[in-house]
Design a protein. Structure first.
Lengths: 333, 189
């Protein structure tokens, strides 16, 4: 039997907490609550990290074109870029043919075993190559790790990175998964997603008309992601579509068109690095207290979607302001 | 039904309202912790989890209405500060000392138990952060998004930790195919 399934089944017959125990524990809790002081509500805290230090006003690292006040839709510069991206997606000839997606991700991993977890962190690097057949057929996903190149912290952080990444799959010996429809057992990267409905195939049925699609992006269930605002929420939902092997070129073009109608989007950085490629970042002007900035990266020359990234706006532990905490670079063929 | 978020907001003025959250979510958290430890430790951890959650309720920041991932995250933190034996081995009398007369069935069960011990040992050796991700996924049926919310880590980190864990688990010895020799005396070719 598969080891993961064996683990899932282990002690699955653990009995539920008995009703009388539950009642006694609740009474005990309520007794403790009665003596607790009342509190005032404070502003909600969002973002990636537990214990992000309240470091005063968030530092805005954006450069280049930033609108002074929110426009009714995406700023002119952002809208022009998005229009170019839509045109590029529409002109792609790979529609209905097989697709290969190469997705390179970097994500911050922090050492939860230390008293100050963010004092030791590194960027974990993985590559996923997704082969999507034309029509119905078997999807293949190959995943492996790349050597760590970014470490936050000193010797302890380097040792943590080394220890943590030991045993990862390599390019020579990748993890290979296959699936009839892209619904891989673990992980939805590149495959169907339940972001747009409990049915994982809902992504395939997204409307391509601008207004309904924009509404779908606005109401997508991203869980408690790092989005700070509606425009960031919309960009994140859009990235799920754009990173997916499910979305055809027509839907991709429709996403860029819908984003043009989203208020609050602007060019936040003219020359943004993403895995060695330079593009223009579209994001949101960070509000007070923002801890991270989510950005879509587009090639201003070709109009190609390069991927997305999340930039740190408040220093925490060894991780400085401006560090890229999470990035996904996508190459679609 | 009142959402968890609304219950938490109400409890800022009326602390007793927090008891409703306990009623809703104590059982899955107890079950998860009990699978890792035992019933008594689990009861203790659950009680502490909800009291800590109550103390921090003004910082509940999820955009979702469901507080369960947040509570799981607190429970995992509470557990980390306890002295306990994570993933205890099975008692001898549960290790396939079968009453069945079917020798093949007994053999298969012994193989499965042996494989399980390898799996548990491997999970126990994983870094704490990876172990938490694996067990929340396997035993609490949590999605990547929920685990990221619970442990307050990026979803990419959830993916990479699970990927690493699965690689480790895949490399473990597999039981022999059915019909082959079973038991301790079986010799691999």
């Amino acid at each position: 039997m598969d080891s993961m399934q064996l683990l899932r089944d282990h002690r699955a017959d653990q009995p539920e907490l008995a009703a009388e125990d539950l009642r006694a524990m609740r009474l005990d809790l309520e007794r403790r609550l009665r003596s607790a002081p009342r509190r005032r509500r404070t502003a909600p805290r969002r973002g990636l990290a537990v214990g992000l230090i309240a470091a005063g006003a968030a530092a805005c690292i954006t450069v280049g074109l930033v609108t002074a006040s929110p426009a009714p839709e995406a700023s002119a510069a952002a809208a022009a870029l998005l229009q170019g991206a839509a045109a590029t997606a529409r002109s792609t000839t790979a529609a209905d043919g097989p697709i290969t997606l190469r997705i390179e991700q970097e994500a911050v991993a922090v050492n939860g075993d230390t008293a100050e977890p963010w004092s030791e962190a590194y960027l974990d690097r993985t590559v996923t190559v997704l082969s999507v057949p034309a029509g119905d057929g078997e999807w293949t996903r190959r995943t492996w790790s790349l050597p760590v190149r970014t470490v936050f912290g000193g010797e302890g952080a380097r040792a943590f990175a080394q220890r943590d990444s030991a045993g990862s799959a390599t390019a020579q010996d990748p993890t290979v998964e296959t699936s009839a429809d892209g619904s891989f057992t673990v992980g939805e990267l590149g495959g169907p997603s339940d972001v747009f409905g409990s049915d994982r195939q809902a992504l395939r049925r997204l409307p391509t008309a601008t207004e309904p699609l924009l509404r779908a992006l606005q109401t997508a269930d991203l869980g408690a992601g790092p989005a700070e605002s509606e425009p960031e929420h919309v960009m994140e939902a859009a990235s799920v579509v754009l990173d997916s092997g499910v979305a055809d070129d027509r839907l991709q073009a429709a996403v860029f068109t819908a984003l043009q109608q989203q208020a609050g989007l602007t060019v936040t950085e003219q020359r943004a690095d993403l895995d060695g490629r330079t593009g223009t970042a579209i994001g949101v002007r960070p509000g007070k207290g923002a801890e991270t900035s989510f950005q879509l990266i587009l090639d201003p020359t070709t109009g190609r979607y390069l991927g997305h990234r999340e930039v740190n706006l408040v220093a925490i532990g060894s991780v400085p302001v401006g560090a890229v905490l999470d990035s996904t670079a996508v190459t679609r063929r | 039904m009142t959402t968890d978020r609304a219950v938490i907001a109400l409890s800022l003025e009326d602390p007793q309202a927090f008891g409703l959250l306990f009623e809703r979510h104590a059982r899955p958290i107890h079950r998860f912790i009990a699978r890792r430890t035992d019933d008594e430790v689990a009861k203790d951890v659950v009680a502490e989890t909800f009291f800590r959650a109550f103390e921090r309720r003004d910082r509940f920041s999820s955009t979702r209405d469901d507080a369960l991932p947040w509570l799981f995250g607190i429970a995992v933190n509470v557990l980390r500060h306890r002295r306990f034996r994570d993933l205890p081995l099975l008692p001898e009398d549960e290790q396939g000392a079968a009453s069945s007369d079917d020798i093949d069935a007994v053999g298969r069960r012994l193989d499965a138990q042996r494989q399980l011990q390898h799996v548990l040992a491997a999970v126990r050796r994983m870094p704490a952060g990876t172990r938490d991700v694996v067990l929340l996924n396997a035993w609490a049926d949590m999605t990547y998004e929920d685990i990221a919310e619970a442990l307050q880590i990026p979803i990419g980190t959830v993916r990479s930790r699970l990927h690493r864990a699965r690689t480790i688990l895949r490399a473990l010895p597999q039981p022999r195919p059915q019909g082959g020799p079973h038991g301790l005396d079986a010799v691999a070719p």
